[in-house]
Write a protein that binds this ligand. Structure first.
Ligand code: PLP
Length: 436
């Protein structure tokens, strides 16, 4: 199984070439019973002809994965890796890099850290800032909040079970609430003004609280996932300073906007973050899974996350230059998942990224202009980043869902008739609904 197989290599590289060359259709979800039938008996004591297995993948399975890099993918969060990043990801896989520690992967870690440094500089964090790449924003938020909690307990001489709370906006991403629940920290939920958490709202909530002394930090969002709204980071940072709070900034989706001069001012204050999360797999054209986690003072993360086990003793030295990514998040073994982005940044340069992100922002503004001038559509709010919220006038959530079903390839299933529109080919541009 480990010897070089030229036929297998050609087969897989051929499929890879195909995927890189041909823009995929949007694709559509498969049906569980059909997929069960396709897969039945595939894995048993004897293997199969790789060409057959690959054909099954190409013809039956791959088409059920929605192509989130398709230009027609307009919902959820798209991810469109550059060709350089996608290709380099293959090399990372083939290189069996254990990204856990400097001892095992110094060069790859130095390269990952070069990208983290770039992101820290974009945010204006100090030279001391550093961290690691984790699988996603959720993992980053969890690890950052663990560090915030443990740092506060240490600094305030609290016991491991003393009550502490964290201020969050009612617009914070679900993973923030999840993380707080997992780590036993209560949220102090602050109502956002027009979906944006502001410094004054935070100050008012802290002053109104009966005993704010156990509130140890605040989580701000740099680009809400639903609407692309960046919180009042400068205002929040100033309150955080006054109340001695850890400032966590969740820029999982929006952090990429730091590269775009046209919106950079929205992020003013981000330089004060104690911890910051940015997902390159969302808007920095890296393949899944890739989230950057940065700390203003990485020593706090090391104190919270370094694992102590006899077999790991060799990883830890007194040399601070020997960076162990495993010490900065809740993980140990790890893929060097920052490398595809590193390669692509090195190949294309940051200007290409700035241009691509500005393009997305322009597209959002252009889309908003079209929506504003279309009598059957209503722009819900001006886009601040790349998310565009609009409403089909006269449609309820129910008719909107039915309308979506009408344009899905499977057509409406358990739903009543689609809203006044015939079924058309899912990939034909003419299936975009116009004014009724
Ligand atoms: C997407 C997102 C997350 C979660 O990130 P994953 O990579 O999906 O785990 C967290 N916060 C914000 C603001 C997000 O947009």
């Amino acid at each position: 199984m480990h010897s070089y197989d030229p036929a297998l290599t050609d087969l897989v590289l051929g499929a890879l070439r195909d995927r890189l060359l041909n823009r995929p259709a949007l694709n559509h979800p498969g049906e569980a019973d059909k997929l069960d039938r396709v897969l039945a008996g595939l894995i048993g004591p004897d293997g199969n002809d790789p060409a057959e297995v690959l054909r099954l993948w190409t013809e039956q399975l791959a088409p059920t994965a929605i192509a989130v890099d398709s230009p027609r993918f307009l919902s959820f969060v798209p991810a469109a890796p550059t060709q350089a990043a996608a290709l380099f990801d293959m090399l990372v896989s083939c290189s069996s890099i254990q990204g856990v520690s400097w001892l095992l992967a110094s060069g790859p870690i130095a390269a990952e850290n070069q990208v983290l440094r770039l992101l820290a500089d974009l945010a204006g964090m100090p030279r001391s800032a550093g961290g690691c790449f984790v699988p996603g924003g959720s993992a980053g938020n969890l690890s950052a909040l663990v560090t915030a909690r443990d740092t506060a307990r240490l600094r305030r001489s609290l016991g491991p079970y003393d009550r502490v709370r964290f201020a969050v906006s009612d617009q914070a991403h679900s993973s923030i609430g999840n993380a707080l629940r997992i780590i036993g920290v209560q949220p102090l939920v602050i109502p956002a003004e027009d979906h944006r958490l502001t410094g004054p709202a935070l100050r008012t909530a802290l002053r109104a609280d009966a005993d704010p002394s156990d509130i140890i930090g605040v989580a701000a969002t740099a680009g809400t996932t639903n609407a692309g709204i960046v919180d009042d980071l400068a205002g929040i940072a100033s309150v955080a300073r006054d109340f001695d709070l850890w400032l966590h900034v969740d820029g999982a989706y929006g952090g990429a906007g730091l590269l775009a001069p046209s919106v950079r001012h929205r992020y003013d204050g981000i330089e004060h973050a104690d911890s910051l999360v940015i997902d390159p797999h969302k808007w920095l054209f890296a393949p899944f899974d890739c989230a950057a986690l940065l700390y203003r003072d990485p020593r706090t993360a090391r104190a919270a996350h370094t694992q102590d086990a006899s077999y790991l003793d060799a990883l830890h030295t007194d040399d601070d230059a020997q960076w162990n990514p495993s010490d900065y998040a809740h993980h140990l073994s790890r893929r060097a998942r920052g490398l595809p982005l590193w390669f692509s940044l090195a190949v294309h340069g940051t200007r290409a990224y700035t241009k691509a992100i500005e393009n997305a922002l322009t597209l959002a503004r252009d889309a908003a202009a079209i929506i504003r001038s279309a009598p059957h559509l209503e722009l819900v709010r001006e886009p601040e980043l790349s998310a565009v919220l609009f409403r089909r006038i006269g449609w309820t959530p129910r008719t909107t869902r039915d309308g979506q079903l009408a344009f899905s390839p499977a057509g409406p299933r358990s739903s009543p008739r689609p809203v006044g529109r015939a079924r058309r080919s899912p990939d034909s541009p003419s299936s975009i609904p116009g004014p009724a």
